[in-house]
Design a protein around this ligand. Structure first.
Ligand SMILES: C[S@@+](CC[C@H](N)C(=O)[O-])C[C@H]1O[C@@H](n2cnc3c(N)ncnc32)[C@H](O)[C@@H]1O
Length: 208
């Protein structure tokens, strides 16, 4: 198991996880990208740039949920996106992402306990990279993603694929939202070597 995964496994509460990210905020990018060979941000940026043509990148409104140090925001800004917001519960990570100067509004809160202060129905694109999984955003948190999106907006979730119990419940829950006609699945695709020794998956849904 890589050192990043070791550091976040075995914790139980939201407070513990957030404290770990606070402690690791200055070393996170080096640890996860260099040691963990983390592909999440690159996969997400590739998917977003395929979906959103250059001519629309200044107008689409985007929220990066569980934004961490803002690696995805920086990459999207380099691709021409100018309307980026972020949600992140760790004060340390939030400080790092704010220093990147690519996000307009930042929300210091977590997904998983009722409604956040993120406004309803405002975003063309809602995504979470590495934020879904054990001890992170609970699988029911995707309902909050649906609330953030405009009708017709996209929700993208990029995550590890080795947490079987969580993934089973997430899939069942996402299917139930589809049965309720809250969203429809656009596609999902496996990611080889998402994090060192771990494959991943990208889900894309469209809110109805
Ligand atoms: C693996 S990092 C991913 C950060 C960033 N998206 C990236 O790809 O580099 C996971 C992030 O999820 C955040 N997080 C954990 N639990 C969360 C929750 N319940 N709601 C929102 N964010 C959460 C952590 O604070 C951390 O910044």
């Amino acid at each position: 198991m890589d050192s990043y995964t070791q550091s976040i496994r075995g914790t139980g509460s939201v407070a513990e996880v957030i404290a770990i990210y606070d402690d690791h905020c200055t070393t996170y990018e080096k640890m996860i990208c260099e040691e963990g060979k983390y592909k999440g941000p690159f996969i997400l940026v590739e998917a977003v740039t395929k979906e959103v043509p250059e001519c629309r990148r200044k107008e689409v409104r985007v929220i990066d949920v569980a934004a961490g140090t803002g690696m995805v925001g920086v990459a999207l800004a380099q691709k021409g996106f100018t309307n980026l917001d972020a949600l992140e519960p760790s004060e340390g990570m939030l400080k790092c992402l704010r220093s990147k100067n690519v996000y307009t509004n930042t929300f210091h809160e977590y997904v998983g306990q009722g409604h956040t202060n993120v406004p309803q129905g405002c975003y063309d694109l809602v995504f979470a990279v590495g934020g879904m999984g054990y001890n992170h955003i609970p699988f029911t948190g995707v309902l909050e993603f649906v609330r953030f999106a405009k009708p017709g907006g996209l929700v993208m979730i990029c995550m590890r694929h080795d947490e079987e119990d969580y993934l089973t419940k997430l899939n069942e829950y996402m299917n139930s939202l589809e049965e309720q006609q809250l969203w429809k699945k656009v596609f999902s695709t496996p990611i080889k070597d998402y994090l060192i020794g771990t494959d991943g998956i990208l889900f894309v849904y469209q809110v109805l």
